[in-house]
Design a protein around this ligand. Structure first.
Ligand SMILES: [Zn+2]
Ligand SMILES: [Zn+2]
Length: 371
């Protein structure tokens, strides 16, 4: 059961910064296009129409839109901030759509409840009793260029959901009875009517459990789960590149009912560097030299990733754009080490004094250069 949710902005084809007018306009256009009257017996159009209506009912309401935006920022949508998937190991969870988020979910309460409705409904529904392995947490982290190359330790702060320690996840005040939910009659789901379309969702009264405690647990307010942030120190191995993944076993969500924890799967994004670009294990950079250095030869200091820099010999007669290799100063990974390539750019003097110009002309004359 996916716990991802929908991108309402994308559904309506508007930017996040869109004004109310723009949203309305786009909605009207799309609603007309996908309206069931105009697309009879077309299930995909009906589905699309439903999505459009859902998206509009949130984005057209200032308060709901604000809540929704906050969730987006917190990374509930698979953006840069991180995303998670419900218990399915391996890649592919990101950006999956469909599943647990509707207007009705938004109405339940504050931000905490929204998180609850996104992340937990799917999890609770149909989850058998007893100890379970915890969900994996998938998270995307940005790391500095140098850390990616040479390795290092980073600190990652993760939002985690765990069984409430006070009630053990039942949502009931310890020692009080648990009753069948009067809203869904114990089914755990409720069908909402939306303009002729029935949408079945987990029951908001019992959080999809079909049962409600006679007295809610004071710690989790009957939800059965608590959310907090957890800080994890992660040792980044050297040679990490954009998209590299690191699996930290046992660092995911705690298992419900005392089951083993899931894994934490990090995907790295490497911040660009102003001086270096990277190509596999090799690093590339550019340095400027002046005309005299190019013509007569010189020694210049070139920065390397490990600070201080090395001396690079520029031979006399060096051409613009020539590439030099500094062996072994590239990325190190699994015992292999790349090189650093330096491209030299020759700067012409931008202005000359009368005296200098004369001398240059004499030089050109002597060298047989036309000018
Ligand atoms: Zn219920
Ligand atoms: Zn509790």
């Amino acid at each position: 059961m996916s716990t991802q949710t929908k991108d309402f902005y994308r559904i309506l084809g508007v930017p996040e910064s869109a004004a109310a007018d723009e949203i309305k306009k786009s909605y009207r256009k799309l609603a007309k296009q996908y309206h069931p009257d105009a697309n009879q017996n077309d299930a995909s159009a009906a589905e699309r129409f439903k999505e459009i209506s859902e998206a509009y009912s949130v984005l057209s309401d200032d308060e709901k839109r604000k809540q929704y935006d906050r969730m987006r920022k917190l990374g509930a949508f698979g953006g840069l901030g991180g995303y998670r998937q419900g218990g399915r190991p391996g890649p592919g969870g990101r950006g999956a759509e469909g599943g647990g988020f509707t207007v009705d979910d938004l109405d339940i309460g504050g931000l905490g409840d929204i998180f609850g409705s996104i992340f937990d409904f799917g999890k609770r529904r149909g989850r058998p009793a007893g100890p379970q392995r915890g969900d994996n947490i998938e998270y995307q982290v940005e790391i500095p260029f140098r850390t990616a190359l040479r390795g290092g330790t980073i600190t990652v702060t993760l939002p985690v959901t765990e069984d409430c320690p006070a009630c053990g996840g039942t949502g009931g005040k310890p020692g009080t009875p648990v009753n069948t939910c009067p809203e869904c009659k114990g089914a755990g789901t409720i069908t909402f009517g939306q303009g002729g379309f029935g949408v079945t969702r987990p029951c908001p009264n019992c959080y999809g459990r079909g049962k409600v405690p006679a007295e809610p647990c004071a710690t989790c307010h009957g939800e059965g789960q608590v959310r907090h942030e957890r800080t994890v120190n992660v040792a980044v191995p050297p040679g990490v590149d954009n998209g590299s993944k690191l699996r930290l076993s046992g660092q995911g969500e705690k298992g419900p009912g005392g089951g083993p924890p899931g894994d934490l799967v990090l995907t790295f994004r490497v911040q660009p560097d102003r001086f270096f670009t990277r190509d596999g294990l090799d690093l590339h950079c550019e340095v400027h030299i002046n005309l005299a250095q190019a013509v007569l030869g010189s020694k210049i200091r070139v920065r390397t990733v490990d600070s201080k820099g090395v001396v690079l010999k520029i031979p006399p007669g060096t051409q613009y754009g020539r590439r030099f290799r500094i062996k072994g100063y590239g990325v190190e990974k699994a015992g292999r080490r790349g090189d650093q390539y330096v491209r030299v750019l020759v700067d012409s003097p931008e202005s000359l004094t009368e005296e200098q110009r004369k001398q240059f002309e004499e030089f050109a004359e002597a060298a047989g250069l036309k000018h």
